[in-house]
Write a protein that binds this ligand. Structure first.
Ligand SMILES: [Zn+2]
Length: 273
């Protein structure tokens, strides 16, 4: 499932292909993905010029010359591929855009949990998927004092609070587990106790694990020699996520796996307190 770094990798890959480019044709094979798609999506995109793609949380936002904005959400299994010429479409290639440059952007989504939307650009901050989102973890606004004030008084485990998109936008299970390990903080610790040194360590760890993953995505992007390779999925150096029973890289003790709010948490009970 794509998390923030994967989506950012896709955004970076799209940037040179679509920025300032005009949409020549649109191929749409369905009227719905997770939800119904906007009416006449294909016709409304034709002839529009795309601005530099942006990202908010796990959403890609592309402002168009008609003052509408295209939102792309990859969902659980969505993937984007780029082609220098018209591709041979596969079964799950639900949305494809050809640019006047001759390049194609293809969105495939086998499980159809993804979403596409098109709305007036000046309504972006009121969009139901975007309006309630918390602070962007890689932005300058996300500081240790902001983290501490977001967590203050909360009795839920820190793991669950970090996954709450209304507090911090875009963090998922993988990077929360990794950030808590780097910060030496147990996923079971009460969120309200995150302040001072702990807040500093955790803020730094969140930014570091996200940046490292984005860099890994960039590396995998440069290694995509064959056109049409899926963007946004890459192998990363995960220290605790999915490592249950493996020795901790710091102390050698076995990594534990517990379930919190229905989702797996991985941690070292010796290094993380
Ligand atoms: Zn350890």
């Amino acid at each position: 499932m794509p998390e923030l770094p994967e989506v950012e990798t896709v955004r970076v890959a799209l940037e040179p292909v679509i920025s300032g480019q005009t949409i020549e044709s649109v191929r749409l094979t369905r009227e719905n993905l997770r939800w119904p798609l906007p009416e006449h999506l294909d016709k409304r995109l034709l002839g529009q010029c795309c601005s530099v793609p942006k990202r908010r949380s796990k959403y890609i936002l592309i402002d168009l010359s008609n003052e509408e904005t295209l939102l792309i959400h990859l969902g659980m299994s969505g993937a984007i591929r780029l082609y220098d010429q018209k591709p041979n479409f596969a079964k799950h290639d639900h949305f494809s855009v050809e640019f006047t440059s001759g390049q194609w952007v293809v969105f495939s989504d086998p499980r159809r949990f993804g979403h596409l939307d098109l709305f007036a650009s000046d309504a972006t901050c009121k969009h139901p998927l975007l309006s309630g989102l918390g602070v962007e973890p890689l932005s300058d606004e996300f500081t240790d004092s902001v983290l501490a004030s977001l967590m203050k008084g909360r009795t839920t485990p820190i793991k669950s609070a970090l996954l709450d998109q209304r507090l911090i936008a875009g963090l998922g299970n993988i990077y929360v587990s990794e950030a808590l390990f780097r910060a030496g903080i147990s996923p079971r610790r009460k969120a309200g106790t995150i302040a001072g040194q702990r807040a500093r360590r955790l803020t730094e760890a969140i930014k570091v694990v996200l940046r490292e993953a984005i860099n890994a995505g960039g590396t995998s992007l440069r290694n995509h020699i064959q056109p049409g390779g899926e963007i946004g999925y890459f192998v990363q150096d995960l220290r605790v996520y999915g490592q249950a029973g493996q020795p901790c890289v710091d102390c050698g003790q076995g990594i534990k796996q517990i379930i919190q709010s229905g989702r797996s948490s991985f941690y070292c009970s010796s290094c993380q307190r």
